[in-house]
Design a protein around this ligand. Structure first.
Ligand code: SF4
Length: 424
């Protein structure tokens, strides 16, 4: 079975490329060319019936929402509700990071119901199954990892995070330099512990060709995870993080040669002044592979408001060239997100993505803003609500206060400058 990358490299245009071109307001040839260069991916497993999503250079910045159960909070029904809320709020993709309950059933139900691409982190499942079966995580084998990855691919997962860059050398570099917060990626920490315990190299790195074969079979995009990402501002852009990016760049090049679509994941927590430089570094080292960033969170002291700290970082990152923002919810660092946290997280990330798209001149990005300005001038409230990123909230706030004049709001009441301006 041909992947989108193989088709693009052969100079052919697939129906998926045409669909992506239409939604991105560009030509199918431009999408084909960027896929063939590894600058754009279409995250769609051949088994999954969804609208293909393009991620990468020159395209609208996309937003991912992480959902999934935990061992303390596991319900299939609730995860399907989270999927609905995330997609209704505008998420372009979701990742099922379930670590509790019947993980297989939850994932299958999400894949079946989702009309947007679904991503997973397969190593989480091995860790959970070991705990459920009262086995130590250290009993996990390389074989377990590949079996789970194969299973996710067969079931139709569109993209997987694989922490192939966590290798003995990069972990040693992290230890030697020292960190304030050590390893904060769940997958990264599990692998580092396993590698230290067994004194072995990361199987996902050593057997990367096997991973490529599995991914190629179903055109599952590999999202090369940042297992050594900084988890606090103080650890940002350290040697381990940079070395991991170099390794991911090398693996991305191998993936491209093998016709496997690949994206690179990035940090994390980072001071604002380092974000643009990190994007330049990643794009250079990874030959312009699409960059998928978590946050970055620009301060560590705002628990409860981390959807805002990450939206600030996400806007700067997307303006500097990041292609895909993973949302962060107000619950980050505190609990498993509830439905409203998911909505707020998606909206915050959408604001960041949209603001960046306007700044970098993505075709048509500013159109809705101009329409909103026209509707504000006309004091047409219904059209303002329907244009808003969060129509429900806009409507609720407007209608929560009785106005003295029909067409204004309580902010300036009869001193409404728009109305006065219109009368002029
Ligand atoms: S009352 Fe003030 S805030 Fe409200 S619409 Fe008029 S100018 Fe805008």
């Amino acid at each position: 079975m041909s992947t989108q990358l193989a088709i693009a490299k052969a100079g052919k245009i697939s129906s998926e490329m045409k669909e992506v071109a239409e939604s991105e307001k560009t030509t199918p040839e431009s999408i084909r060319e960027k896929i063939s260069e590894g600058k754009v991916v279409i995250t769609k497993n051949i088994q999954h019936e969804i609208k293909p999503l393009g991620v990468g250079a020159g395209l609208r910045t996309k937003v991912n929402a992480n959902i999934g159960s935990s061992m303390d909070d596991a319900s299939l029904q609730k995860e399907l509700e989270k999927l609905d809320v995330a997609v209704r709020a505008g998420a372009d993709a979701i990742m099922d990071l379930s670590t509790g309950g019947n993980i297989n059933a939850i994932r299958k139900a999400i894949i079946k119901k989702s009309k947007v691409p679904v991503g997973t982190v397969p190593i989480y499942q091995i860790a959970c199954e070991n705990i459920i079966n009262k086995r130590s995580l250290m009993e996990m084998t390389g074989e377990d990892m590949f079996e789970i990855i194969e299973q996710h691919g067969r079931e139709g997962v569109d993209f997987i995070t694989v922490h192939c860059g966590v290798i003995q050398e990069s972990v040693k570099r992290l230890d030697d330099e020292g960190r304030l917060l050590n390893i904060v990626s769940r997958g990264g920490s599990m692998l580092a512990k396993w590698m230290k315990y067994h004194k072995e190299e990361n199987p996902l790195y050593v057997q990367f060709d096997r991973l490529l074969e599995i991914a190629r079979e179903c055109d599952m995009t590999l999202s090369l995870g940042d297992g050594l990402r900084p988890g606090c501002l103080s650890d940002a852009t350290d040697r381990a993080q940079v070395q991991e990016t170099i390794i991911l760049g090398e693996l991305a090049q191998r993936a491209k040669k093998a016709d496997v679509q690949v994206m690179i994941e990035g940090p994390g927590h980072m001071p604002m002044d380092q974000i643009a430089a990190n994007i330049v570094l990643q794009k250079r080292l990874c030959h312009d592979a699409p960059f998928y960033v978590l946050g970055p969170l620009v301060t560590d002291i705002a628990p409860g408001y981390d959807h805002i700290t990450s939206a600030i970082g996400g806007a700067i990152a997307a303006m500097a060239g990041a292609d895909f923002l993973c949302y962060v919810t107000p619950s980050e660092h505190l609990r498993l997100p509830e439905l409203n946290d998911i909505k707020e997280g998606v909206i915050a990330a959408k604001i960041a993505a949209h603001a960046a798209d306007i700044a970098i001149g993505i075709p048509g990005a500013i159109k809705k803003d101009n329409y909103m300005a026209e509707m504000r001038k006309k004091l047409d409230w219904e059209k303002q609500f329907s244009t808003a990123l969060d129509p429900e909230k806009a409507k609720m706030l407007k209608k929560s206060k009785q106005t003295s004049e029909d067409d204004t709001c309580t902010m300036c009441a009869s001193l409404c400058s728009i109305k006065i301006g219109n009368e002029l």
